[in-house]
Design a protein. Structure first.
Length: 643
């Protein structure tokens, strides 16, 4: 549908309107959204097509399909007209006193989700159902008597088409409901259809090597995997032959099991990515694949798509070769375990080659960072008990083992990008001028006054250098990352600014990223010189890549929403408690990050005289469990030495 709507911006011949869009075309004509001129339909001035995004406050934002609209349109709650997150809509542009462009929804063209989550609330003597995403009242098909029979705070699922209640999900006071809410808010689901499960199980649970005589047999090589301690889906394995200076990056050959346009493939495309909660993963593929026959488990024969990368004596890449293979990983490492070996030494037995690979990647990493950035990012990890209550938090930083794996994956991803001119690329553009100016002002406010240069790369590195001197490197890196454009998937290459690569793609995680699975199919068609298959796989590739970028952000939002809900549960039990925090955002409403025994929660306070990254003491005064918001009151500033 997006292609159809976009074409109306430039004029679409009536002869080229597909049968399934003719009724919609007539409706748009009747509403004067489009006009007919010389047998072509054109979008009228004052209207815009786009996709809805809705904030946690119930305010809408329209992401226009027309590239001339660079900024999203603001849509007030009262102007949503029943639109939900992800819906395709047509809006009328309206005048407003606000500084940004505004619009109101005229018609919902395509529902992103068939259902919405509602919660029962009391309004006087009445009980109403409120949309959990928008905050709007929904006229559900249920009697007032039946709604009153439900406890206030009951979470319901209703059909968007007719507002009919189809499921009582649970009660908002139940900690175990948070996972269901976070998934449902973004139309995600942990369950697979019977057809998907049937297709997945048809692959069996072991690899019969006799069926794959045309593959290279690398089972004699001492591959290993390196992953988080709780990982079950092992996408990648590595091996390094130090004598020949040959690095083998073996990636799970998912495309051998998931056929294009099958039910399993369609479901994987719908999901786009695996979602990772603190206590479990919601996989892109059924676990019989993602955690079994596709996963490169130790001492199991597995199919792999392998890059062999050769280096010269200066560790410059000489040659890259891609082929299908069979491997048998000899050992599974977790990051913490390998870090100890890399720091202290010790016998890794069949995997002692890791020490030499580590030395190689340290050299190549140093060379790469001459044209790229290194950001000190920390990932927040939650520890939950059996009832899903928070019991601990920790920030996980990149370590030596993380860097080793990352650099091996970069070699493979970069090599894969060289093999295609159209397909799936991972693009990252440079920061635009407006964002750079805003960043410069933020930096000045914390004492980092670096002259803005035309060479953005030099400017950012100068900022990082001064930030390190002031012991603010971690904080400043967060600001820089926030100011940068987001990396996206695209069918055409535009380079990767952050990594300093002219071409880049994602090849190394087909178990958990659909982009990589799609790329594998394209690369196999290339290796077989099958141009017909390659063209077939490119059908709708542009819109597929655009959709994958959206799905990637949604997967992140689901995980963050779940974290917010866990923190809100904790805060509800600690109202009145004073906690330490660090100011992370200064605007109309100040946001601080919890920095106490537990860390990382977003805390909202009405205090406009605080500085960015200032350390403060606050008191928890209120919690909105429904929308996962923690409200605090400013108590005092904290001296640096006391924190």
């Amino acid at each position: 549908m997006k292609e159809f709507l976009t074409s109306l911006n430039y004029g679409l011949s009536c002869d080229k309107i597909k049968p399934n869009f003719k009724a919609l075309s007539r409706e748009l004509l009747n509403l004067s959204v489009v006009k007919l001129y010389k047998n072509k339909l054109y979008l009228n001035n004052g209207f815009v097509f786009g996709k809805m995004d809705i904030s946690s406050k119930g305010v809408g934002f329209l992401q226009s399909f027309d590239e001339k609209h660079k900024v999203d349109f603001l849509i007030e709650n009262k102007d949503l007209n029943g639109a939900n997150y992800g819906d395709f809509v047509v809006c009328k542009i309206i005048k407003s006193r606000k500084k940004r462009a505004c619009a109101k929804v005229l018609l919902v063209l395509k529902r992103a989700s068939k259902t919405s989550l509602l919660i029962t609330k009391a309004f006087g003597k009445n009980v109403l159902a409120i949309n959990l995403k928008t905050g709007l009242t929904v006229p559900v098909k249920a009697s007032a008597k039946s709604l009153k029979a439900l406890p206030l705070g009951t979470v319901l699922r209703a059909e968007n088409e007719n507002n009919e209640i189809i499921e009582v999900v649970g009660h908002i006071d139940d900690e175990m409901i948070d996972e269901k809410i976070s998934l449902a808010l973004f139309d995600k689901n942990d369950e697979f259809s019977e057809q998907c499960l049937s297709e997945a199980k048809a692959n069996g649970d072991f690899v019969d090597i006799s069926m794959y005589e045309n593959r290279k047999d690398l089972r004699n090589l001492n591959f290993c995997t390196i992953d988080p301690i709780d990982a079950k889906d092992f996408d990648d394995a590595i091996f390094y032959d130090a004598k020949k200076r040959e690095l083998f990056v073996a990636i799970a050959d998912v495309s051998e099991y998931v056929y294009a346009y099958s039910a399993l493939d369609k479901e994987a495309l719908h999901r786009g990515f695996s979602i990772y909660f603190p206590h479990k993963a919601v996989p892109m593929l059924p676990r019989v694949l993602s955690e079994n026959i596709c996963s490169l488990k130790p001492n199991e024969d597995r199919l792999a798509f392998v890059f062999k990368i050769s280096f010269d004596e200066n560790f410059t890449v000489l040659n890259e070769e891609l082929f299908e293979a069979v491997i048998n990983s000899k050992r599974r490492f977790n990051y913490d375990e390998l870090d100890v070996f890399l720091e202290q030494g010790g016998d890794l037995n069949a995997c002692n080659w890791l020490y030499e690979l580590y030395e190689l990647t340290k050299i190549t990493r140093k060379q790469r960072l001459l044209n790229a950035f290194e950001f000190r990012t920390k990932e927040l990890r939650l520890g939950l008990d059996e009832k899903h209550n928070i019991i601990s938090t920790r920030y996980e930083s990149d370590t030596a083992s993380h860097n080793l794996v990352e650099d091996c994956m970069l070699f493979a991803n970069k090599a894969a990008a060289k093999l295609i001119n159209v397909g799936v690329f991972r693009n990252h553009g440079a920061m635009d001028v407006a964002k750079m100016k805003k960043l410069a002002l933020q930096l000045i406010s914390i004492g980092i006054d670096v002259k803005v240069k035309t060479n953005l790369r030099e400017y950012i590195k100068d900022v990082q250098s001064l930030a390190a001197e002031l012991n603010l490197r971690d904080e400043v890196d967060k600001l820089i990352i926030k100011a940068q454009k987001k990396a996206v998937y695209a069918s055409e290459n535009e380079g990767h600014f952050g990594l300093g690569f002219e071409k880049y793609t994602h090849f190394t995680s087909p178990i958990r990223r659909y982009s990589d699975l799609l790329l594998h199919r394209l690369l196999k068609a290339k290796l077989k010189n099958d141009e017909k298959l390659f063209s077939y796989l490119l059908l709708d590739i542009k819109s597929t890549c655009e959709n994958l970028s959206i799905l990637e952000r949604e997967a992140d939002k689901v995980a963050l929403d779940f974290m917010d809900r866990k923190f809100a549960r904790w805060a509800k039990k600690n109202i009145g408690k004073e906690v330490r925090a660090v100011v992370s955002e200064v605007s109309n409403i100040c946001v601080a990050k919890l920095d106490d025994e537990l860390k990382g929660a977003n805390l909202y306070l009405r205090e406009n005289k605080l500085a960015l990254f200032e350390k403060i003491l606050v008191q928890i005064v209120d919690v909105d469990i429904i929308y996962a918001k923690i409200f605090v009151k400013f108590v005092k500033r904290l001296e640096v030495e006391n924190v």
